[in-house]
Structure formats: structure tokens, C-alpha cells
Design a protein around this ligand. Structure first.
Ligand SMILES: [Zn+2]
Length: 265
């Protein structure tokens, strides 16, 4: 059962916002950008300059092309997990990643994403000091913009995780009280796609920020392009263009001053 059949009974659409983040700056991001452009869906691409894990990254010309339609955020200089680095190297990864991206784009880069979601509170301070306006985490099962823009949470990753992995992830991250209702909801479904669709249906019914994130290399390896396109079509069917935002717009509208949309019911 998909979103369409779940939500046809809706009479009043709550204030639901959609945001998409794409991590790692893989060259396949260009394929996703084409698909998003076709569906009229904005996104934030969080791009490292190199990837220490060996995966290829976008060329400077490709990053500039992507920036014509999408937000480009930083993902450290070399895709390093900050929590594993000493202070000096963590700061270098944050600041030099930003400067290198700004040199490529010729404009300020305001968004950051913690590689692997591995960071400590001190890194939030470093990110702020480097001049970033927000930083996205990998915390999931949220339909709000979090408590502060340097720890922006998400709803779900576009990835066929098992229930066991979701539960382990739930327990290993904080904000249990805020996340438990959605955890309970997604654990009801055995199939990952049903989980994703039911969570979207819930967000449409109750209002909130549906923040999806993905890696295009996963989409390619698992042959999920058609499934992703179908899901994005459902998003564009249900959420009007003015409520589809990139991460920077999300923070500007819902983190810094304005209340989150769940309170606008
Ligand atoms: Zn990453």
C-alpha cells in the first residue's frame, strides 16, 4: 500500500515541508540532479573535496553546474569522521573544506554535514566559528528542525535498512523521547519502502518536516533509481512547490525565529 492509497482520505492537508540532502559528492549526484530538476524538487548536496575512502567525487565544473539549481554544502575537506580526529585536524577539515568549496563556487558556503554523523559538541562550535549557518546530522526519525541549526536532524535515509539496524540506530543516538513515536511507527513495517511511505503519509497527516537523505552510490549499487523516482513523484504530488526546500531554506524558515510547521496546525 503506497502513499496515494493511504492519503486519499485526507481532507485538510497539514503544513508539511519536504527537504532532501545528498551526501558525499559522488559523480552520480549529477544523475540525481537531473531527476530532481524534472520533478521540481530542490536539494542540498553536501560535498567533500576528496574522499579518503577512495570513492570518486564531483569535478569542480560539475559542482558549479550543480550549484545553478541546488544548494552546495560542505562535508569536510576529505570526508573525515570528526570524532576520530585530533582538534587541529578536525578544525582543518572543517575550515579548509569550506574554503576550497568557496573557491570552486566563487560564493559563500553556509551549510555543513558531519561525515558519518560522527561528531562531538566541540565540533558544533568549530563549525559555527568557521562561519557555517547550519550543520546536518544523521539523526533520523524526526519531523522537526531540531533544537538548534548546528544539529539539524533528519527523518529517514533512502536505504533498505533492516528493522534491527533502525532499532540499533535509535538506541545509539540521543533524543529518544522525540524519536520514539516515529520509531514505533516505522518498526511496524517489515518492508523498508512501506516504512518510508507510511512515514510520509504520517507527515502529511500530522504536519512537519519530512527530511530525506541519501547517497547516490547506494542508489546505483542497489538499483534503486526507479524506486527513488517513483517516491519523488509521490512527494511532488502531495507537497506543493513552496513547501519543498533545501536545507538552508529549511533552517532559515524553521530554525531561526519561525516555529516549526508542526506548531502551525
Ligand atoms: Zn558522507
Amino acid at each position: 500500500m503506497g502513499v496515494r492509497s493511504d492519503t486519499t482520505f485526507l481532507i485538510v492537508m497539514k503544513h508539511t515541508v519536504f527537504s532532501l540532502s545528498v551526501d558525499d559528492g559522488h559523480p552520480l549526484d549529477m544523475r540525481l540532479a537531473e531527476l530532481l530538476h524534472k520533478r521540481g524538487i530542490p536539494a542540498s548536496f553536501h560535498v567533500p573535496i576528496h574522499n579518503i575512502e577512495g570513492a570518486p567525487v564531483l569535478l569542480p565544473a560539475e559542482i558549479r553546474e550543480l550549484a545553478t539549481n541546488f544548494e552546495i554544502g560542505s562535508h569536510t575537506l576529505d570526508h573525515r569522521f570528526l570524532a576520530k580526529l585530533d582538534m587541529h585536524e578536525a578544525l582543518r577539515q572543517i575550515t579548509e573544506g569550506k574554503l576550497a568549496l568557496q573557491d570552486i563556487l566563487g560564493k559563500s558556503v553556509q551549510g555543513f554535514c558531519y561525515p558519518g554523523g560522527k561528531y562531538r559538541p566541540i565540533h558544533c562550535g568549530m563549525v559555527r566559528a568557521a562561519g557555517f549557518r547550519y550543520a546536518r546530522t544523521t539523526q533520523n526519525l524526526r519531523l522537526d528542525a531540531g533544537r538548534q541549526p548546528l544539529e539539524l536532524p533528519t527523518s529517514l535515509q533512502f536505504y533498505p535498512h533492516t528493522r534491527r539496524v533502525l532499532l540499533r540506530n535509535f538506541l545509539s543516538q540521543s533524543a529518544w523521547k522525540e524519536r520514539w513515536p516515529l520509531c514505533e511507527l516505522v518498526l511496524q513495517d517489515g518492508d523498508w519502502l512501506d516504512r518510508l511511505r507510511h512515514l510520509l503519509a504520517y507527515a502529511l497527516r500530522e504536519g512537519g518536516i519530512f527530511h530525506l537523505w541519501c547517497h547516490t552510490l547506494d542508489i546505483e549499487r542497489l538499483n534503486l533509481w526507479q524506486i527513488l523516482d517513483d517516491f519523488l513523484m509521490e512527494v511532488s504530488d502531495w507537497i506543493p512547490p513552496e513547501r519543498r526546500v533545501n536545507n538552508l531554506q529549511l533552517v532559515a524558515r524553521y530554525c531561526e525565529g519561525l516555529p516549526p510547521p508542526v506548531s502551525l496546525r
